[in-house]
Design a protein around this ligand. Structure first.
Ligand code: ADP
Ligand code: ZN
Ligand code: ZN
Length: 802
């Protein structure tokens, strides 16, 4: 390669282009497209990806490539193209898109080593370089007369390998992790209580408000750019805590999984798998929507379709939501395909993730089971892509590049001419609508494989309880059924449905919830101003003293903690033993599994928890499921709240009666006639779909329109509003008459990190040039972004409208 075309690691709006660099003699024979290099850029040296090559360059003063970081390409040509598509689609920088496809270890510079793999004779110069050692520092090669080409050849022959040393492994066996000790809404309160001087503390809290998962201390400090003392201050306040975990590198022991064999498919399963197999055989792309109730045998279909793909010598990607990467799911895939499976999820350390990635990169495995980012697995002969629980919102990335794994899957499926299977018991409205239109091919499984009926669901109206003098959080029905269940020696799962901030306002007497007159979205209570605000448009009103429907003064905002429920439960059923599962009790590593094992061993009568218990769990002795507050998600400021409520209720109901014993579900609610609750109780997805589509049509939400969300932030409130105002005007001028541009509206979290946040929402049906408009907006504000600290983020498929 003579001239390398390089995308440099400098995310700035003018730098979404390649730069030419001359390739020095020593790299000429070995440099390939898809490798990472170090190049001079202005006064600095930066990392970059070689995305193309040329014989000559039209520029006069071209600098030399300073260093090459890889000996084999880390990105295939397909992934380089995919990165371009991703950047364009999500309006991100190309460099950001490329980095998103790689494991973290490859995003930074890590120490490298050359490792000798074979005892056979090496090239003479290499032999003298190793000088009898098995491992040598990479830098030794740099200073020697051995050429990169020689090393590259030896790698290709399998004689030596390059290892990236992950820092945590290098120096110590333990890493320190940080996690929140309080629920998000309490962190938020603390955030607002902190004085303006405590900026770094706020930044740290902000991180956990947005992402409550544990995170490595070093990574966190670097991200927030602060020191341990800031962290200590928050630990002392009881908001965060640190703990150490072993930095192990081999997460799964393949021998531990008993081998399973393909099951004889049922008639329904056969009908569903046939069209998928046909596409696999024909090497043709198609998107399938596999709609089947829990326990209908979807996973068995995935397994058998993958077997077909493997028999063809091709590879498979299976995406599962983070939460269902429980040992149970891993066991299904490892049990069938053994060590041919790589597993990728966020609980793995950086080193482990890199190890799994490398097994794919080296063609050592043909199947990857992983969370969202596994969609970028560097397979070169993909034969199928499966997205299980396709409705889960974890498939949308909330950081740059803001992509949805489903879109990436379909894009890769087209390139590889292979089928994409989206599976769910409760598909998103978007996918189901496409299925009905024939854009996706619909496959349906109506029956559970064990022919068991879905458990019966009883809805209890909590307003009646109040009026009958029952002021506890347990209805009389639920209490009776729990007692009966425990008497029979069976077990109960109780779910307290809480998510994010429970800040909507509801009347306890009549169940009335204040909604925005323009958006059909629950208004959000803002404590500071004591006002109710709409997070979609700018509507607001004062917090009412009495219920506007029934005049009752029992109108207030909503939310109880699991601990309170546990106390109440102990009073109600003093004999019952309870296991509580929430952020507090699952803080210690492994405690999640421990609690579940305890419950599975029947060491407790009741498992009480938040929605973390709704998914994937499978206990044969559970015959009663109780949902304490079915409404609380219904009133989130989110147009998908009815859909999410329906999905969650369906899912949690599936926890009962999975096996021999039949199950029962009790759902407590203040809005028993809401269609999402009513229809979930009869597992009536069809009718729910029809009803919800009507709502979406009336208020113009997806899938009837597309959304784009621009969020503008600045430390100066006036500047933030003005910039948003200008964006609204620019867009109004550009878009078609049928398109709606809303804003400026304060974001759901109106101030983060001392920055005021305003947003503009676009609802459109047909705007072929919408992405160009967005880029123009970024361009026209580029000076303010560079010099005045203005930030504009654009989400072309917003999920969290915050
Ligand atoms: P889903 O993924 O739709 O929830 P699964 O594939 O997990 O369903 O199947 C539910 C249960 O039925 C599992 O225990 C599975 O082993 C079993 N099962 C699946 N297919 C068959 C079949 N064809 N014959 C017998 N049992 C089956
Ligand atoms: Zn009322
Ligand atoms: Zn509104």
């Amino acid at each position: 390669m003579k001239i390398a075309k390089v995308i440099v690691d400098v995310p700035a709006s003018t730098i979404n282009q390649t730069f030419d660099y001359r390739v020095p003699e020593k790299f000429k024979d070995m440099l390939r497209v898809g490798m990472r290099v170090v190049v001079p850029f202005g006064p600095r040296k930066v990392m970059g990806f070689v995305v193309g090559e040329a014989e000559e360059t039209e520029f006069d003063r071209v600098k030399d490539v300073h260093d090459v970081l890889d000996l084999t390409p880390v990105l295939t040509e397909e992934l380089l193209d995919l990165g371009k598509w991703l950047a364009k689609n999500t309006i991100s920088f190309y460099i950001t898109a490329l980095q998103a496809m790689l494991p973290q270890v490859l995003r930074a510079q890590y120490k490298k080593e050359l490792i000798r793999l074979s005892d056979g004779e090496l090239d003479e110069k290499l032999e003298s370089l190793f000088a009898g050692r098995d491992v040598i520092p990479y830098e030794e090669m740099d200073g020697s007369s051995v050429t990169y080409r020689t090393v590259q050849q030896a790698i290709q022959d399998g004689d030596i390998a390059v290892e990236y040393l992950v820092k945590s492994k290098e120096t110590k066996k333990y890493v320190t992790m940080i996690r929140p000790r309080r629920d998000s809404y309490l962190l938020e309160e603390a955030y607002h209580d902190l004085s303006g001087n405590a900026r770094k503390q706020r930044k740290l809290l902000q991180h956990f408000i947005e992402a409550p998962e544990p995170v490595e201390k070093q990574f966190l400090l670097k991200k927030v750019q602060t020191m341990g003392s800031t962290l200590k201050a928050l630990e002392d306040k009881g908001l965060l805590e640190s703990y150490r975990v072993e930095a192990y590198r081999n997460p799964y022991n393949d021998d531990a999984f008993a081998q399973t064999r393909p099951l004889e498919l049922t008639v329904e399963q056969k009908a569903a798998i046939q069209p998928i197999n046909q596409k696999i055989a024909d090497t043709e792309h198609e998107v399938f929507l596999l709609h089947g109730v829990t326990g209908s045998g979807k996973t068995e279909i995935y397994l058998q379709a993958i077997q077909n793909v493997l028999d063809k010598g091709e590879e498979a990607i299976v995406l599962v939501p983070e939460i269902s990467l429980t040992p149970q799911m891993v066991k299904r895939f490892k049990g069938r395909f053994g060590s041919n499976v790589a597993v990728m999820h966020s609980a793995l350390s950086a080193g482990e993730k890199y190890d799994e990635w490398r097994r794919i990169h080296r063609n050592e495995v043909q199947v990857v089971v992983g969370a969202r980012s596994a969609i970028f697995a560097p397979f070169e002969n993909l034969g199928i892509i499966i997205i299980d629980e396709e409705h889960e919102t974890t498939y949308k990335q909330e950081d740059q590049p803001r992509y949805h794994a489903r879109d990436v899957a379909i894009q890769r499926g087209k390139t590889h001419h292979c089928p994409v299977v989206l599976g769910s018991a409760t598909p998103t409205l978007e996918s189901y609508a496409r299925g009905k239109k024939g854009v996706y091919q619909m496959l349906t499984l109506k029956k559970r494989t064990n022919e068991q009926a879905m458990p019966e669901v009883k809805i209890v109206d909590m307003r009646d309880e109040l009026h009958a003098g029952n002021r506890t959080m347990f209805s009389r029905t639920l209490k009776e059924k729990m007692e009966e269940c425990i008497r029979k020696g069976e077990q109960v799962v109780l779910m307290l449905n809480r998510r994010g901030y429970s800040t909507f306002v509801m009347c306890r007497d009549c169940g009335h919830v204040k909604e925005c007159p323009h958006c059909d979205i629950a208004l959000t209570f803002h404590k500071n101003s004591s006002r109710l605000k709409c997070h979609y448009c700018s509507y607001e009103e004062p917090m009412p003293v009495n219920c506007p429907e029934c005049e009752s003064d029992l109108i207030r905002y909503f939310g109880t903690g699991t601990q309170k429920v546990e106390e109440a439960l102990t009073q109600l059923l003093p004999e019952a033993s309870i296991i509580r599962m929430d952020v507090d009790t699952t803080r210690r590593k492994g405690s999640h599994e421990k609690l579940l094992t305890k419950f599975a061993n029947k060491e407790a009568d009741i498992l009480l928890g938040t929605q973390m218990i709704a998914k994937g769990l499978d206990f044969e002795n559970v015959t009663l499921v109780g949902v304490l507050t079915a409404d609380s998600m219904l009133h989130l400021p989110d147009f998908r709240s009815a859909e999410k409520t329906f999905q969650l209720l369906t899912q949690v109901s599936g926890r009962a009666g999975r096996h021999e014993l039949s199950g029962e579900v009790v759902v407590q609610t203040y809005t028993p006639d809401h269609y999402s609750i009513e229809l979930a109780s009869t597992y009536n997805y069809q009718d729910f779909f029809m009803q919800e589509m009507n709502v979406r049509k009336t208020f113009q939400y997806p899938p009837y329109v597309f959304l784009a969300l621009l969020t503008v932030s600045h430390t100066n409130q006036v500047k933030a509003v003005q910039a948003t105002q200008k964006i609204v005007q620019l867009l109004m001028k550009a878009v078609n008459p049928g398109t709606t541009v809303l804003g400026p509206t304060p974001s759901a979290i109106p101030r983060i990190k001392d920055r005021y946040r305003y947003q503009c929402m676009v609802k459109y049906k047909n705007e072929p040039q919408i992405r160009e408009y967005m880029e123009k907006i970024l361009d026209s504000f580029s000076d303010n972004i560079k010099k005045d600290d203005l930030q504009i983020t654009i989400d072309m498929q917003p999920y969290h409208l915050m």
